[in-house]
Design a protein around this ligand. Sequence first.
Ligand code: IPM
Ligand code: MN
Length: 357
Amino acid sequence: MEKNIAVIWGDCSSPEIVKQTLRVLDKVAEKYGHTFHYTAAAMGGEAIDKYGDPLPQHELDKCLAADSVLLGAVGGPKWEGLPGEQRPEKGLLRLRAGMGLYANNRPAKIWPQLAPASPLKPEIVAQGIDFIIVRELIGGVYFGQHQTHTLENGEKQAVDTMPYAEHEIERIGRIGFETARKRRKKLCCVDKANVLDTSRLWRIVMHRLQAEYSDVEYSEMFVDNCAMQIVKNPAQFDVIVTENMFGDILSDEASMITGSIGMIPSSSLGDGTRGLYEPIHGSAPDIAGKDIVNPTACILSAAMMLRYSFGMAEEADAIENAVSRVLDKGLRTADNMSDGCTCLGCTAMGDAILAEL
Ligand code: IPM
Ligand code: MN
């Protein structure tokens, strides 16, 4: 097959992980007889530096013209002082919205080899950690109204609104149920329905959907309790569906219990097959240029692209199995080191994964 991939190299340590990921994709292409064409698209800090805009239309157009988009991570201290509209993160939000990617899939699965790197007690880890957070990605407070104004007494007041329309809830709710149906058939809707109107509307819509998915065991949980349950008893979860900001927060927490945020990929999809694939971690400015960042989450994100956007399940399996064999050999990066393992840099980890392919 021939596929066009838009590549967003990203900021700080991101180009280091993207470089290793393209080596892996090239190897897969060679082995399975595919051709991947890469088109660089600028977004985030890179685009601010080049064009004064975190996502100019011409760069979004490159992403829309591709079969899928691979992204490292954007942002860094250099751009931190900029106003909200011009920050690198705004480019990412506009990319997600511009591509219509409402469904963000963030797996929290522990690699058995990394169990010692989990901060949880061994007896909790032993019960298994294998769940998915289905995060709504283009609604809620991220895309509400943001404004800061001055009150009569002279002090400033800031307001961020959190809108959700029924159709936005229904389409992500459906993805939640469909995802659960392909797994252990358990779906938990996470919200704050004891306080928020948006959460109460989520529940109304979810109850309507529940009738269509009677084979799925459905439950609801408040987000504060969920944050606690994720560390207390993660084995209870199969699929969690939740709104944008709750999903952002819970997915960082969920990644950490699996041993390292440096291992967790993600997919973002809309109604078609074109997706955006990115690690859930940030651009790690503190370790940029040192060749020590873990490229695995980005490499596994490319595997998700092959699986979910290109229908290349065998190729995706090959990458995931290669990563597993590397872990079997006790090879690690600094973020998930344990006693008796060997610590590799970014390029060396790329080499190790390539060698297993
Ligand atoms: C993520 C990130 C982004 C988000 C930021 C960079 C805007 O934290 O992908 O989880 O909050 O969605
Ligand atoms: Mn986040």
